[in-house]
Design a protein around this ligand. Structure first.
Ligand code: UT7
Length: 321
């Protein structure tokens, strides 16, 4: 029995903020941001929430494949920026789309969140416990950014992406790899809740994302190609057999470095970061949905996916489309 991605959907907030817009409110420039990262603009949520974007992405994924909400057995949302501590975003999605049969929960694996959710769903589907899963990556990162830290806030955006995943006779997921390096976790951290108990005062500077960009860069350009290589080999394929590499959209220079290490032409690495920025767990499913809607994904193609970031975590998968 295979695990196939059978439908995709995504949702970006209406408001677009360009690099020039940011240069009006902080000491930065389009030249610095675009030359260092490839990012030109990002969507930032005003009235949208992590749940509302998840619901919209889910509806589009369901429509894309023509399943009904009642057929969904499992909903997993990967997010670090859910609207509430509880109920989980996945529970709100379940209620909003009317997927009343589905078991629903969130997971936190930062930028690897969608990939971890996908691999968890695969494990459930392969036991036979469930047949159809809705996997979502969704973030409102703008609310956990330190907008006085120009080295971090210019990189991130808001949005959600979703995929319907189903146990199927045909092959889909061929191999996956996941890993965690908790020892280095503090290089990308966010303590986003202050403690109001009478004994402890949480310092406010811990409440927003803090990142050592160069350490994260070094981690990404070594761990991601190694993970992809391992996964491609486990799938019984060579790097040259992969039609597209749909990677977490953190930085164009990371994608170029991974392409160089794998000796793969850069045009096999589709990008959405130019108009989305880095949307953590939502990056991979939004990119996948854009590829799907552009008609890039043809039956039988081999697609490598990879997420990497906070935790530190990473996860790769090779699919036959
Ligand atoms: O999902 C995973 C998330 N994280 C990542 O993918 C991050 C990976 N890391 C990176 O992509 C890069 O490290 C960054 C893009 C974050 C930063 O690039 P960098 O080449 O490592 O820059 P830097 O931090 O070394 O800063 C270079 C200079 C500094 O000025 P001085 O000290 O040389 O005078 C910064 O103050 O650039 C300055 N700078 C900026 N200037 C204009 C930092 N941010 C900005 C900015 N605009 N937004």
């Amino acid at each position: 029995m295979g695990t196939r991605i059978i439908g995709t959907g995504s949702c970006l907030p209406k408001t677009v903020v360009t690099n020039d817009d940011l240069a009006k409110i902080m000491d930065t420039s389009d030249e610095w941001i675009s030359s260092r990262t490839g990012i030109r603009e990002r969507h930032l949520a005003k009235e949208e929430t992590t749940t509302s974007m998840s619901v919209e992405a889910a509806r589009r994924a369901i429509e894309n494949v023509g399943v009904t909400a009642q057929e969904i057995d499992l909903i997993i949302v990967g997010t670090v920026s859910a609207d509430h501590v509880t109920p989980a975003c996945a529970c709100e999605v379940q209620a909003e789309i009317g997927a009343y049969r589905a078991v629903a929960f969130d997971i936190n694996a930062a930028c690897s969140g969608f990939m971890f959710a996908l691999n968890i769903a695969n494990a459930y589907l392969q036991t036979g416990a469930y047949r159809t899963a809705l996997i979502i990556g969704a973030e409102t990162l703008s609310k956990i950014m330190d907008w006085s830290d120009r080295s971090t806030c210019v990189l991130f955006g808001d949005g959600a992406g979703a995929a319907v995943v189903r146990a199927d006779e045909r092959e889909g997921l061929l191999a996956f790899d996941q890993g965690t390096d908790g020892v280095k976790g503090r290089v990308l951290a966010c303590q986003n809740r202050s403690n109001n108990n009478p004994l402890v005062k949480t310092p406010t500077e811990l409440q927003y994302v803090h990142m050592d960009g160069q350490e994260v860069y070094r981690f990404a350009v070594t761990q991601v190609p190694a993970s992809l290589q391992k996964t491609i080999e486990a799938a019984g394929l060579a790097v040259g057999d992969i039609d597209y590499f749909a990677l977490h959209q953190a930085n164009l220079r990371i994608l170029q470095a991974v392409a160089k290490r794998l000796k793969v032409p850069e045009d096999r690495f589709p990008i959405s970061l130019d108009h989305c920025g880095n949307i953590s767990a939502a990056s991979v499913p939004i990119l996948l949905d854009e590829m799907n809607r552009k008609g890039l994904l043809k039956p039988g193609m081999k697609i490598a996916l990879s997420g990497f970031g906070g935790g530190l975590t990473w996860a790769s998968a090779v699919f036959q489309w």
